[in-house]
Ligand binder design. Structure first.
Ligand code: ADP
Length: 559
């Protein structure tokens, strides 16, 4: 059953139905949509208003164990589960993040699912799509230009050029731009200063777009962005500069969610894609809310493992959106669990039940976390063709012996058909299990209390240390009235701890908070552990080396 085709080959062999067909099936009205060609549409925000009295569908969050270079297939399972619901004649909608061009051109690995569980047209979605990310880049950089112009024109606000937090962005992996000097060339060319570039998905504008409820809320959040500090060390906001109107205007279309289809024509809303370390890693709240109005089941995902994406989905997104998730799917692969159990990447093809047994500890910790939030869950084993029968049996037995609902899914190989049991189990736990969803902390708790709760309960840490700088920042943030925001942890995705080398289930470790970054516009305080890369670099052989376009204009080599 080896699948000889690449994701893009499978995708290009699929016949899409016109997006108008999905629009009709979803009972959307003419004014609810704007067509972007034959296979893409934007949903207007009026749709939410029009359907405000309609009961919300059940929101199912797909999360995973800690990622490894072996891959977990969270997006693939998200798409496959949506397709499986569809086969069961349930009205299901998928809500996912939009991919960033940086990783697309850099590392192999799609963000539109894989095999027979993909969202289409994958070339468009993986490239420029409907231009949302470009709009975010422009809004971000417009603000940077307004700041530098303000300084050049006399600096009435007394912005300290050494204390500017706002960086420029680009939706590419470009390490040469991480640290730059701008404004060189004499008096007419601005005030020289050190500046930095991030990748667009790390922009606070992206996080804001994904948490805003509507256009007034978008403007409100943009207005309160803290761009830096004055010479008197007081925060300076976008409202102080007066550009919240213009920046919101630049995002008026980007804020509308994008409707596309899966390979089995299940509707999928793909919108927004903030980083899951420096930001909260979930598709837009508006997309999830519209999906919940249009479908009985919404299948959505959050970046990296349950220690990052799910924690933030549950503490940040669900809190802002005031919704309660119905269930969680925890994706695990045998390959990744073997890596957590100590197997090197190039030895994953050999059967290793002992290492698998050890690596299961990582899955166990994430299950404990979801239980701590009071949510019902199903473990989804994303089956790879190289998994041996013994290995599959080992994992299934462990789940069964410990009363963890589990389903072996083959959505990559078989599409929705490969996820029917998973879909049935999800429906079953939603209907028959207790849902006692409770956040682990209160926003009123102190910054340190919130972080300690996350570190202990979600990571399994013993304690939290703070650098002198972080301690000083906590005092400042309390003074500025920022301590009641939720925390957005920026931590390595590879480990439950803050050290990427500690795989499996590390114990008795201390998490060190190096510094904080106020994302006041988005409405959270970023707590940075270790060095977090916000502008990735390209690998030695970027995926872009394989890409091309035929004379007829068809993309090739996008995975
Ligand atoms: P994640 O969302 O966890 O990053 P993806 O769903 O994007 O993972 O999958 C990453 C890559 O792995 C994709 O190229 C996909 O085709 C591949 N993949 C996922 N699941 C499987 C599987 N069961 N067998 C083979 N390849 C898979």
């Amino acid at each position: 059953t080896m699948n000889p085709k690449t994701d893009i080959e499978i995708a290009q062999h699929t016949k899409l139905v016109p997006i108008q067909k999905l629009i009709d099936d979803l009972d959307l009205l003419e004014d609810d949509v704007e067509l972007y060609g034959k296979y893409k549409a934007k949903l207007s925000l009026n749709t939410l208003e029009r359907l405000q009295d309609k009961k919300d569908g059940k929101i199912i969050l797909v999360t995973a164990i800690n990622p490894t270079p072996a891959g977990e297939g969270k997006s693939t399972v998200t798409v496959g589960l949506g397709q499986a619901f569809n086969l069961l004649n349930k009205k299901a909608i998928i809500a996912m993040r939009e991919p960033s061009l940086g990783p697309t051109m850099g590392m192999k690995g799609g963000a539109t699912g894989g095999g027979y569980s993909q969202v289409l047209p994958m070339e468009d979605i993986n490239l420029h799509f409907t231009g949302d990310i470009h709009a975010i880049t422009t809004a971000n950089n417009a603000l940077a230009a307004f700041i530098d112009n303000h300084i050049h024109q006399g600096n009435d606000l007394r912005i300290d050029p050494r204390r500017i937090l706002w960086k420029r962005v680009l939706d590419l992996n470009d390490r040469a731009l991480r640290n730059v000097t701008i404004g060189l060339g004499g008096v007419t060319n601005g005030m020289p200063r050190e500046d930095h570039f991030d990748i667009t998905v790390a922009s606070e504008i992206m996080a804001i777009l994904c948490l805003a409820k509507d256009i007034p809320d978008l403007r409100f959040r943009i207005a309160r962005i803290v761009v830096g500090y004055s010479f008197e060390k007081m925060p300076i906001s976008v409202a102080d500069l007066g550009y919240e109107g213009a920046l919101t205007l630049l995002l008026k279309d980007a804020i509308k969610p994008n409707l596309v289809q899966t390979m089995e024509h299940t509707p999928a809303i793909i919108h927004g894609g903030p980083f899951a370390n420096i930001a909260h890693g979930c598709n837009s709240l508006i997309a999830t809310k519209i999906a919940a109005k249009l479908g009985d089941y919404v299948v959505t995902e959050a970046g990296f493992g349950a220690d990052l994406g799910a924690e933030k989905f549950l503490h940040i997104k669900a809190r802002v959106g005031q919704f309660k998730p119905a269930a969680v799917v925890i994706v695990a692969t045998i390959r990744a669990l073997k890596m957590h159990g100590g197997v090197a990447k190039d030895e994953l093809t050999n059967e290793n039940v002992t290492a698998l047994g050890k690596g299961i500890e990582n899955l166990q910790k994430h299950i404990e976390t979801i239980k701590a939030f009071g949510l019902p869950y199903v473990v989804a084993i994303n089956k790879f063709v190289i998994d041996t029968e013994n290995e599959v049996l080992t994992l299934l037995t462990w789940c069964n012996e410990n009363d963890h609902p589990v389903s072996l899914t083959e959505v990559w190989e078989k599409g929705g058909k490969g996820g029917l049991q998973l879909a049935e189990m999800v429906i079953n736990i939603i209907d028959n299990s207790q849902n006692n969803f409770t956040p682990l902390y209160n926003t009123k708790d102190s910054i340190k209390e919130k972080i300690l709760e996350i570190a202990r309960t979600v990571y399994g840490a013993k304690s939290v240390d703070y650098t002198t700088k972080a301690e000083k920042q906590i005092k400042e943030f309390e003074k500025f009235g920022w301590s009641t925001f939720p925390i957005c942890m920026a931590k390595t995705q590879y480990s439950l701890s803050d050290s990427s080398q500690k795989l499996g289930r590390p114990r008795d470790f201390t998490v060190t908070i190096r510094e904080f970054k106020p994302s006041i516009g988005a409405g959270f305080i970023v707590a940075l552990t270790g060095e977090i890369m916000t502008m990735p670099g390209l690998p030695k052989k970027p995926a872009a080396l394989n890409m091309n376009v035929t004379d007829k204009g068809q993309a090739t080599g996008l995975y």
